[in-house]
Design a protein around this ligand. Structure first.
Ligand SMILES: [Zn+2]
Length: 277
């Protein structure tokens, strides 16, 4: 329940519990009918968020740490450079912080840490394993590879949403190392966790899961169109006029990395066994 404290206390909205953690955490900017509110207090026990009207020039984006446990594989397709799967998964997620992003430019103007309880959900997912032997042939640092993989995951989620004609938020995304089974998404992993990754090789899994308990049938459709998804990812990177990545392709550059877009394009080209120009 969203309670507006601007003048007295007035209930202005109800939000489903799972999205409340991402949209109504402390200090979140909450939008309702073109009005902006800032969350002053998030009462998890009583399921209430207390907000006050605001005219901040930024919005907030929750940073969610996600871990996937595969329960059952329904089908798989094995290629030389990749494996595709779809199956049953258990999703563990925890909102660990948030970013403040300026309206119109998406410029990062601040961040904060959050301590919120972990959520669990059973769902279905479509996922790809990008083989370590293929990534080894890409001549950039492990950190740059991780940033490129994160860019690919960002774009995959948006392409999948367009293909399914659903909202982007209907799909969850997680990037995990297949060897250590840890979150390696640089957009969500903390810097200390990321540093551990720089020294060694890794094999990423990119999961696109249904953001609804027990799944609603997206993963089977995505699995059937897996190659098509990567053709579209490559087309979107190639046709975007930006230089280093932007919200319309692989996402804004992470920490000002120069190579994220080029590396993402190169990795997808290799995946699809294309000649890279
Ligand atoms: Zn772009």
């Amino acid at each position: 329940m969203v309670v507006d404290r601007t003048e007295g206390e007035k209930v202005i909205a109800e939000v489903d519990f799972s999205s409340a953690l991402e949209t109504l955490h402390p200090k979140a900017v909450y939008m309702l009918e073109s009005e902006q509110y800032v969350v002053e207090e998030f009462d998890y026990e009583n399921r209430k968020a207390f907000v006050r009207k605001s005219n901040a020039d930024y919005y907030t984006d929750a940073i969610t740490y996600t871990k996937i446990a595969v329960l059952d594989i329904f089908d798989q397709m094995n290629g030389e450079n990749y494996d595709f799967f779809h199956g049953d998964v258990h999703v563990f997620s925890k909102v660990v912080g948030f970013k403040k992003l300026k309206f119109y430019t998406n410029e990062n103007v601040g961040a904060g840490d959050l301590q919120l309880p972990q959520q669990e959900m059973h769902s279905t997912a479509f996922w790809i394993t990008i083989k370590e032997h293929m990534l080894e042939t890409v001549n950039i640092s492990t950190e740059e590879k991780i940033e490129a993989i994160s860019g690919i995951a960002y774009l995959m989620r948006h392409i999948c949403a367009v293909m399914l004609m659903c909202d982007v938020k209907d799909l969850g995304v997680a990037v995990e190392d297949n060897i250590t089974k840890t979150d390696i998404n640089p957009r969500t992993a903390k810097w200390g966790e990321r540093q551990n990754l720089i020294l060694r090789e890794f094999e990423p899994n990119i999961y696109i899961y249904d953001s609804f308990p027990n799944g609603i049938g997206f993963s089977e459709v995505l699995f059937a169109r897996a190659v098509d998804i990567f053709e579209k990812v490559l087309d979107a990177i190639r046709s975007c006029s930006c230089e280093r990545g932007c919200p319309s392709c692989v996402g804004p550059p992470i920490r000002g990395s120069d190579n994220q877009k080029d590396a993402a394009r190169f990795i997808i080209s290799l995946l699809l066994d294309r000649v890279y120009h």
